[in-house]
Design a protein around this ligand. Structure first.
Ligand code: PHE
Length: 356
């Protein structure tokens, strides 16, 4: 009996399949190969489905031959599959290799803005002296920013602080505004404290840090927004010497025991008497330079709390007295770090910020 022709063809298909499998490089190619040689329309599978058309004595022969080819191809497929898996693994391991002796990558560290640094230092200094931090709002009413601080409507001293007003309808003589100073925090704090015990309000020792806004021409020493640090101490028998002692001590703790300070008589509607507070410039030792102007840097205003203001806060001025001050925080930072232009603070220029 001669070999059926199908078996000869299957033998050729098998050889071609194995040769082709050698060149298969990845899973996609492997899938295509499998469809071609073991799929429904492959020669092997067709041989199986054609068994019924053969003469009976050829059936087992062709069946067994086709089975052999199928088993062989399947074995070759399994082997190739494993081979591909192994090489993929080896590849990814190679790319993951790690030299544990290499130095680590440098992580760029952020830093605190010089303004935050100086504020924290001030919190610490005043905290040591018994002051607590009180936060007050940046959007204020005319009433709190001016009227309750003894600036009646139309008072000329309002011109000292060019104000950004906020468009809000129907507020008459009490428009909304961006606070021009942190002093409205005095009223808010005193009212909060005195409400605790109206007939016998507790003493107040607070500092109020925060942004203030002024519609101003900018230059080396002026910005349209800047930080102030307000201070307020209210109690019995508080005197001007307490104010002088507190501010002088602050300057010494900030700048060292030789820091020189001076008070100049001044005017604010909410303090009486009032004084401007200056610290001698470190950059030029008081000779006058780009940081200070005339040898002294004006740090801020201060004075004894006006009786009307105490009353507006719920404190009886016949029993209580107090002192208050308000500093430009950036002015202090300029002096401390030798910065000669206040506009650097909000420029966000990394060349400036990276120096702190
Ligand atoms: N609020 C004043 C200003 O901004 C400073 C000040 C505060 C003066 C407290 C006296 C007392 O100019």
């Amino acid at each position: 009996m001669t070999e059926p022709k199908v078996l000869e063809e299957l033998e050729q298909v098998k050889n071609a399949a194995l040769a082709e499998l050698e060149n298969v490089k990845d899973e996609t190619e492997l899938l295509t190969w499998r469809n071609t040689y073991l799929g429904k329309t492959s020669a092997v599978m067709k041989a199986f489905s054609s068994l019924g058309t053969l003469v009976p004595d050829q059936r087992p022969l062709v069946g067994q031959g086709a089975n052999r080819v199928k088993t062989m191809l399947e074995a070759a497929l399994t082997e190739k599959t494993n081979l591909l898996k192994e090489s993929a693994m080896a590849h990814s391991l190679a790319s993951q290799s790690l030299d544990v002796t290499l130095p680590g990558r440098v992580i760029p560290r952020g830093r605190l803005h010089p303004d935050t640094q100086i504020l924290r230092e001030l919190y610490r200094i005043f905290g040591d002296m018994g002051f607590q931090v009180y936060h007050s709002r940046e959007v204020e009413s005319d009433e709190y920013n001016f009227q309750l601080l003894n600036f009646p409507v139309g008072h000329p001293a309002r011109d000292m602080q060019d104000t950004y007003f906020i468009d809000a309808p129907n507020r008459g003589d009490n428009p909304l505004l961006m606070r021009t100073h942190t002093s409205p925090g005095q009223i808010r704090a005193m009212r909060e404290f005195s409400a605790l015990n109206p007939s016998d309000p507790p003493p107040v020792r607070i500092i109020v840090p925060g942004m203030v806004y002024r519609y101003e021409q900018t230059d080396q020493r002026h910005e349209t927004q800047f930080d102030q640090l307000e201070g307020l101490a209210v109690g019995e028998r508080i005197r001007f010497s307490d104010l002088k002692g507190t501010l002088t001590e602050m300057a010494r703790r900030l700048f060292g025991p030789n820091a020189r300070t001076r008070f100049r008589a001044s005017y604010f509607p909410f303090t009486e008497p009032s004084a401007e507070f200056d610290i001698q410039c470190f950059q030029c030792d008081g000779k006058g330079c780009g940081v200070c102007g005339g040898g002294w840097l004006e740090i801020g205003g201060s004075g004894m709390v006006h009786p009307n203001v105490l009353r507006n806060g719920g404190y009886d001025p016949t029993r209580y007295s107090g002192f208050a001050f308000g500093f430009g925080v950036q002015r202090i930072a300029m002096l401390k770090y030798g910065i000669n232009d206040i506009r650097y603070f909000w420029d966000n220029d990394l060349r400036f910020l990276e120096q702190f």
